[in-house]
Structures are given as C-alpha cells and as structure tokens.
Design a protein around this ligand. Structure first.
Ligand code: NAD
Length: 431
C-alpha cells in the first residue's frame, strides 16, 4: 500500500460480493490473469483487489414542484500510488457502490497503461438524468459536489464526465468547488468547456483513440485501413467520433447503431450524415436505409467490430456469433470474461478498453497540465500529442503480446500491473 493515507471521511464498510459479470468481478478476474504472467508480490495483488476508500453520500434536492427528493452518490478511490485519482462521474439509475469500485479499478489500469501520473477513481449518482429539469440537475450537481468536496481536488482526485454528465456538469462542479475555496480552481475537474479552462479535443478524444488503435491493429494484422469493413455499436461520443474518423481515413463503415437498432449497408454508410447521440439522441435508425438489430450488428461479417455503447454486450451467449476478426473495445467492459475466453479460442483479436478508449483520460491529463501551466493548447497540438501517447502505449502493449504470446488484454494488463507493482514496491507499506 502507498504511504498516502485516506481522508478521515472515508467509509470503509465491507466490500460487496462480486456479482458475476459485474465491473468489479471482471476487473478482479483481469487483475488475477495479468498477475499470473508476471513476478509480482501477492500482497500487492491482494491490495489492488480492494479500493482505497468508498465514499457514499446523501444528496437532498428540491424538485421544481417544491418537494424534496433524496439521492445517493458515490466517489471511489481505488489506488493512488502513481498520483491523484482520476475518473468519471456517472448519472444513471444503475450506479452502485459495486459498479463504482469496478470502474475505479479500471481507471487505475487505464492510467497506468497510458503511463499517466494518476490513480483510479470513479463515482456517480443513482438517478435518471432524463427525469430532471436543467435546474434540478444543477442543484443535484452542486449539492453532490459539496458532499464530496473533502475527497476531490486538483491534487487528490479529479472527476470528469461519464454517462449522463457532460461539460456543463463539470462547469457546475468547478463553480461549486471554487465558491467555497474562494478562488477559481479549474483543475478540480476535467472535461470542462474550453472557455472555462477545458481542453480543445477532449470531447472527441475517446473516439479518436479508438480510431487510432483500430488503424494500428489493422496495420499489425497486415490490413490497410482503406480495405477494412467496420461495424460500430453505439453512436455517442465514442462511437460516432470513431466511426467518422475511420470513414475519413478510408475504412468502410457498414453499420452503426444506437439503443433503437442499427443502420446497415454492406456497401458502406456515411457516418457524418447520421446524427450522433449528442446531435439528436437515438436518431440512427431514422437516418439509415436498412435497419438491423443490435444483436445482428454484433454478428456482422466485418473485419472490425467496435462495441462503443455499454458494458457486457459480448457474452458467452453470443461470442460464438461474432464474425469480426478484430474487436476494438470502445465502451468500458463490453466483453464478459467468459466471452473473452471464447473469442481468444477462436483467434479473434480483442483490443481492450483500457488501451483503446484511453484517449479520454489522456486528453483529461492534457487539460490538467494546461490548468497547472495556465496555458491553453491548440486543437492541433492536442491531436498530435494524443497520437504520440496512443502510439507509445500501443507499442508497449504490442511488445508484451509479441514477446509473451498473450492476448491484447493480457498484454495491456501486464504493462499496467508491472508499473503499479514497481511503484508499490518502491513506496512500500506505511507504517
Ligand atoms: P453516449 O451517451 O454519448 O452514447 C451512448 C450511445 O450508445 C448512444 O448512441 C446510445 O443510444 C447507445 N446505446 C445505449 N444503450 C444501448 C444498447 N443497449 N444497445 C446499443 N446501443 C446503446 O456515451 P459515450 O460517452 O459514447 O460512452 C459509451 C461507452 O464508452 C460507455 O461505456 C462509456 O463508459 C465509455 N467511455 C466513454 C468515454 C467518454 O469520455 N465519453 C471515455 C471512455 C469510455
């Protein structure tokens, strides 16, 4: 364990049981798989199975009709040995203590595989944001910020947008935090609008990194990007940006989908002509010519499949139907552990989420640097530096894959875990 002690407000009640296929169960299984490949102190593996701290807060909010509703929020710190916590805040009815811990663990791997000086954190509020007015969302966000203000900060834990939250949410958090601090503190969150100290290129970054990694994976398997066909599940921030870039780089995107189904054309579709989730929510099937289901999209005979919507969509039930040669994980945790084993047996290359969609946290890191230096970077600089960081991470993972003959997921976890283990060994256990 690192010598950093957790804040006194931390609630350290027992961990929940691992629910099968939950983010926590999957994160722990992946940790154990990677640990089996390297010479690592078992005490460090045991330490990494658990979060540093779990903060659960109550958030009373006045609704527009004058009634008060009470919501539950979480902020989890998983491991801070390499730096302050970093991870998103989700507003979603399925947010839970267990899910937040699992996602915080993933953030630790993601930051480590990208060699960013951050640890893993995550959190959110159990709420359907669509059920709130804009004013209710602002009051919820400001009160939530107040409740977690002791455990976040530019040097301790820096939240970012995730499902159900956006640049506006980050602006409210920054404002609520800054008002009490008595000074403007842009570095308390990333993913802010550029006018409030956000970075250009943050919004498109996870989709851009998915596209970069797809291009590199195609190159690795001797396929030119202009010859490959691609299907993308989910047409939000990650899916739409990835699909549009790949189309721009010459790939043939044959299908994209949202929660309502997929638009499909074997000759290729123009992803720029279809509104993304942010541009017009759930409009994919209205814009496409032929409509197929999300299940059918996952089974299309394409070169590359990019699940970029939600977790657990490729499972033991449908992994045998996947006909793509390469799966690039745009979403967090789209492949369950049993499905991963089936795909591996079938020689389907699965490029893991912690590498592929890490552009988001990488540009968040750039945003944090811009805050520290009080200097804004151009969009061109952000894109160039992101490209360089992604290629460097790809190269480190590729080396492990080639030298050890392991899967891409194991390769990425080996890179991340080796860095974490060394940092823990050097810092030691306190006291
Ligand atoms: P988003 O809300 O912008 O878009 C989500 C898309 O998925 C929408 O098109 C929606 O219709 C679709 N969708 C929802 N449920 C679906 C279902 N059951 N089947 C098919 N499609 C469905 O979300 P996003 O920001 O693009 O995030 C997508 C995934 O990527 C999530 O797993 C998220 O955690 C992960 N991710 C996001 C970021 C980021 O910064 N946005 C970074 C890294 C990873």
């Amino acid at each position: 364990m690192s010598s950093n002690s957790s804040p006194p407000t931390a609630d350290r009640t027992d961990l929940p049981d691992d629910t099968p296929n939950s983010a926590l169960a999957t994160a722990r299984q992946q940790l154990e798989r990677a640990a089996a490949h390297i010479d690592i102190n078992p005490a460090i593996v045991e330490r990494l199975r658990h979060p540093d701290s779990v903060h659960e807060v109550t958030i009373p909010v006045e609704r527009d009709d004058g009634t008060v509703e009470v919501f539950t929020g979480y902020r989890v710190h998983h491991d801070n040995v390499r730096g302050p916590g970093k991870g998103g805040l989700r507003y979603h009815p399925d947010v839970s203590r267990e899910e937040s811990i699992g996602l915080a663990i993933w953030m630790t791997w993601k930051c480590a595989v990208m060699d960013l000086p951050f640890g893993g954190a995550k959190g959110g509020v159990v709420v359907d944001p669509k059920s709130l007015s804009e004013g209710e969302k602002e009051r919820l966000t400001r009160r939530f910020t107040h409740e977690i203000r002791d455990v976040i900060g530019p040097k301790t834990d820096i939240p970012a947008p995730d499902m159900g939250t956006d640049a506006q949410t980050m602006s409210w958090i920054m404002d609520a935090y800054s008002m009490v601090e008595g000074e403007t503190v842009p570095g308390v969150v990333t993913g802010k609008p550029p006018v409030n100290g956000g970075s250009y290129g943050r919004e498109e970054a996870p989709g851009r990194s998915v596209a970069i990694i797809t291009r590199e994976a195609c190159d690795y398997y001797d396929r030119s990007i202009s010859d490959v066909t691609v299907a993308v599940q989910g047409f939000g921030s990650v899916g739409a940006n990835a699909a549009r870039l790949l189309d721009e780089w010459g790939a043939t995107v044959v299908a994209v989908s949202d929660v309502g189904g997929a638009a499909y054309d074997s000759a290729g579709i123009d992803p720029s002509s279809i509104p993304s989730h942010a541009e017009e929510p759930e409009a994919v099937t209205e814009a496409g010519e032929t409509t197929i289901s999300n299940e059918e999209l996952l089974a299309l005979d394409v070169d590359v499949l990019i699940p970029a919507a939600i977790g657990n969509v490729i499972t033991a039930d449908n992994a045998a139907d996947v006909r793509a040669d390469i799966v690039v994980e745009g979403a967090n945790g789209p492949t369950t552990t049993p499905a991963d084993a089936i795909l591996s047996e079938r020689d389907v290359a699965v490029i893991p989420d912690i590498l592929a969609n890490a552009g988001g946290v990488t540009v968040s890191y750039f945003e944090w640097l811009q805050h520290i230096n009080r200097r804004s970077w151009s969009l061109e600089r952000v894109q160039e530096e992101l490209e360089a960081e992604m290629l460097s991470a790809w190269e480190n993972v590729r080396r492990e894959v080639d030298e050890r003959g392991v899967t891409w997921r194991d390769g990425a976890y080996i890179v991340a875990l080796s860095r974490l283990a060394e940092a823990h060994e050097n810092r030691g256990l306190w006291p």
